[in-house]
Write a protein that binds this ligand. Structure first.
Ligand SMILES: Cc1ncc(C[n+]2csc(CCOP(=O)(O)OP(=O)(O)O)c2C)c(N)n1
Length: 329
């Protein structure tokens, strides 16, 4: 076992991936010699050489465009985009080619690559460094979208992404890169893409969340306990946004009758909107209160001083839990 934070878990997972799979290559802006802006790829060039881990020009569309050729021809590129806000130039390659290659070639070719990017706010960064656009990527058929929340999941899901026969977007919440550590096994393991994780079992309300907000929801639950409120929460970490674990969420809502979805991405056309629509379709008759959401507002992420108004704070989650539990039809 090793005690690692999320960044260290990434480096460790990439190391194991490169050791086990000779076709894995890792590259991105400053990802080679320096080990990346967050140091996720540190030491890999020194260990595996410049052919397998290297620096790329500041040309994101080219990073992913070249990965298309590599992936079709048997390599497994793991591309680092420096921040999610710099991913917009890759969309032409991603939506037009990467996501469609299997369908376009009637299964003759796939385009298996991993695109890693730091996502989300909470680090008081400047423009383009706090985006949370997972719903946009999930909306485009042909892509898997993963957002881990713990070092254990980061390692297992990244290795699963490397093994995936199809392209995976691996979004890493920047706020929790170094926020805490966890004991994780040394050996190579994978976790299933598409399965949620039940952080805690409860009977009064289901909270569905992912990424950095998992910790915020846990703190909100602790806060309510501190207030002497005996509220039993079924807390689900989705872990994968596309394909998401509908069964786990629907089963939970059938038990609790109440649902709150929490994420920092903007509210309209969001993951929360999709989860709530699905719960309405599949388990409406079980609901004891309207489904609710705590999300970012429909605005560009504010600069550092206003950022905390936009983020779903512990306090906002606490208020929403009370509101949903007090609701009377
Ligand atoms: C499209 C885009 N991708 C990535 C970044 C992140 N970024 C900020 S500075 C920088 C390195 C710039 O290096 P260089 O052009 O050599 O200029 P220097 O900082 O050395 O003056 C990068 C990659 C960015 N600002 N814009």
């Amino acid at each position: 076992m090793a005690v690692l934070n999320n960044i260290q878990a990434l480096t460790h997972a990439l190391d194991l991936a490169m050791e086990k799979h000779q076709n894995v290559i890792v590259y991105g802006e400053d990802a080679g010699y320096e080990g990346g802006v967050f140091r996720a790829t540190v030491g890999l060039q020194q260990k595996y050489g410049e052919e397998r881990c290297f620096d790329a020009p500041i040309a994101e569309a080219t990073l992913v465009g070249t990965a298309v050729g590599m992936a079709i021809n048997g390599l497994k590129p793991v591309v680092e985009i420096q921040f999610e806000g710099f991913s917009y130039p890759i969309i032409q390659q991603l939506f037009t080619h990467v996501a469609r290659m299997r369908n376009r070639s009637r299964g003759r070719f796939t385009c298996p690559m991993v695109i890693r990017m730091p996502m989300g706010g909470g680090i008081r960064a400047l423009e383009h460094h706090s985006e949370a656009m997972e719903a946009m990527f999930a909306h485009n058929p042909g892509l898997k979208v993963v957002i881990p929340s713990t070092p254990f999941d980061t390692k297992g899901l990244l290795l699963a992404a490397v093994e995936s026969p199809d392209p995976v977007l691996f979004l890493e919440p920047t706020k929790i890169y170094r926020a805490f550590k966890q004991d994780i096994p040394d050996e190579y393991y994978t976790l299933p893409i598409g399965e949620g994780y039940k952080v805690q079992e409860g009977t009064d309300v289901t909270i569905v969340t992912y990424g950095a907000q998992v910790g915020d929801c846990e703190k909100a639950i602790e806060h309510l306990k501190g207030e002497g409120k005996n509220i039993s929460v079924d807390l689900i970490d989705l872990r994968t946004i596309q394909p998401w674990d509908r069964e786990m969420v629907i089963e939970s809502v059938k038990k609790t009758g109440r649902l709150i979805v929490v994420h920092e991405a903007v509210r309209s056309f969001s993951v929360a909107a999709e989860v709530i629509a699905t719960v309405n379709e599949k388990s409406f008759e079980y609901l004891k209160a309207p489904c609710a959401r705590v999300t970012g507002y429909d605005i560009i992420v504010p600069f550092d001083r206003g950022e905390h108004f936009h983020q779903p704070s512990v306090q906002k989650i606490v208020v929403k839990i009370k509101e949903v539990l007090d609701y009377q039809f």
